[in-house]
Write a protein that binds this ligand. Structure first.
Ligand code: FEO
Length: 396
């Protein structure tokens, strides 16, 4: 993008857009791309805050030089060392060999392990301050958001919080960089998908970080992905508070795995039963055709989830097995779960779904809807009862 892009007079966004990568972390589709946000403070001392993925080294160095010319970068602050933000360290050090890398003791360990870098490293701890001239940077440890070394850097003069991955999301920045420049509905969906799949497992740590932030006057939030918040940073803080405390919207996600359509038939019966009871937000997904990252995001969004699986080789239908495993790994809470499914001889799938519901922190709704072969009218009655019971539980 055409630079400079200015947060305040001498604080700049100098990130890059990635519209080339298909799978983020080699795992999650990013059809709309992603941005790697780095920032530069051009003060008496020049500070670079985070870098970008290794593929974009040249663009980052070009962005830096477009602002500081022949000056050097004095400090690189590493809020998060995952390689999508630290991949450029080697190239940046080549360009600015006297640069000091700033991070906490855990960052130093990763720095050594990933990049064999041990010299010119300044180790800071909670509440330490780095003076740049006009700007003072204060550091807050926010471990497990979402790696052990993650921290945030608070610029005290202009009240900007450089937050690492927290408050970030998928989606390249298509011209607009700031919250007041974009149609946020798209970015909010992609923020939730990022949260649910990457950060959500550590929601208790998000709550701890949010408590810490309460003491700060935050006028802008600058994350390592996605939109920069300068008009309404409280909006995204509130979103994180809701998501990390498992507050969800009224609505239901129905996900099914069906080999020949018998489990799918009942998914549609359940969906119709919800509609008959006045529910508007009903989302139905075929697990074999929808990437799990979208399913987890939708499950995080809504209060109820109904999962159907045919029995496949004495177990769950494989995409549903993967979904259940991811749900358990995400430590999902405060959801109502309904389960259903068909089988032709042994019928393990629904038993396994039921066990999963009983062992987690979800409320398992009755009845458990299971049948042999094709669903009949009795199955439809059971499916209707399940929807009725879930609607009643939602009212509670
Ligand atoms: Fe964007 Fe956790 O790296």
């Amino acid at each position: 993008m055409t630079l400079p892009i200015t947060l305040t007079d001498d604080v700049f966004w100098i990130g890059v857009n990635d519209r080339e990568t298909h799978l983020f972390e080699s795992l999650m589709p990013i059809p709309e791309g992603v941005s790697y946000n780095a920032y530069l403070i051009n003060d008496e001392k020049v500070a670079l805050i985070d870098t970008v993925k290794i593929d974009y080294n040249d663009a980052l160095i070009e962005n830096i030089k477009s602002i500081i010319g022949e000056r050097t970068v004095d400090y690189l602050i590493i809020n998060h060392i995952e390689p999508d933000h630290s991949g450029s360290i080697g190239a940046i050090l080549n360009a600015f060999p006297d640069m000091i890398i700033v991070g906490n003791s855990k960052t130093a360990n990763f720095l050594k392990g990933f990049y064999s870098k041990t010299e010119n490293v300044l180790i800071i701890k909670e509440n330490d301050v780095l003076e740049l001239g006009q700007h003072r940077l204060k550091f807050f440890m926010t471990p497990m958001l979402h790696w052990p070394e993650t921290m945030m850097t608070y610029e005290e003069t202009k009240h900007i919080l450089f937050s690492g991955d927290a408050f970030g999301g998928f989606g390249a920045l298509n011209g607009g960089v700031f919250d007041d420049e974009v149609d946020f509905s798209f970015y909010e969906d992609e923020m939730l998908r990022y949260y649910a799949n990457i950060v959500g497992k550590y929601s208790n740590m998000v709550q701890k970080a949010l408590s810490k932030l309460q003491a700060l006057d935050v006028k802008a939030i600058a994350a390592t992905h996605g939109v920069v918040w300068r008009k309404n940073p409280q909006y995204v803080i509130d979103l994180y508070d809701r998501w990390s405390s498992y507050q969800a919207e009224d609505g239901v996600v129905i996900v099914y795995g069906s080999m020949y359509g018998n489990t799918k038939k009942t998914a549609d019966v359940i969906a119709r039963a919800f509609a008959n009871k006045g529910m508007k937000k009903i989302r139905v997904y075929d697990a074999a055709r929808t990437h799990i990252s979208y399913l987890i995001s939708e499950i995080w969004r809504y209060k109820a989830v109904v999962i159907g699986s045919s029995t496949y080789n004495g177990s769950l239908f494989p995409p549903i097995e993967q979904l259940i495993s991811k749900m358990e790994n995400s430590a999902l809470q405060n959801k109502i779960l309904g389960v259903f499914g068909s089988y032709s001889w042994s019928g393990e799938s629904v038993k396994m779904l039921k066990q999963s519901g009983e062992s987690g922190k979800l409320t398992l709704a009755e009845p458990i809807v299971q049948w042999m072969f094709a669903p009949d009218e009795e199955v439809n009655i059971q499916a209707d009862m399940l929807a009725t019971n879930i609607v009643n539980l939602l009212k509670e």
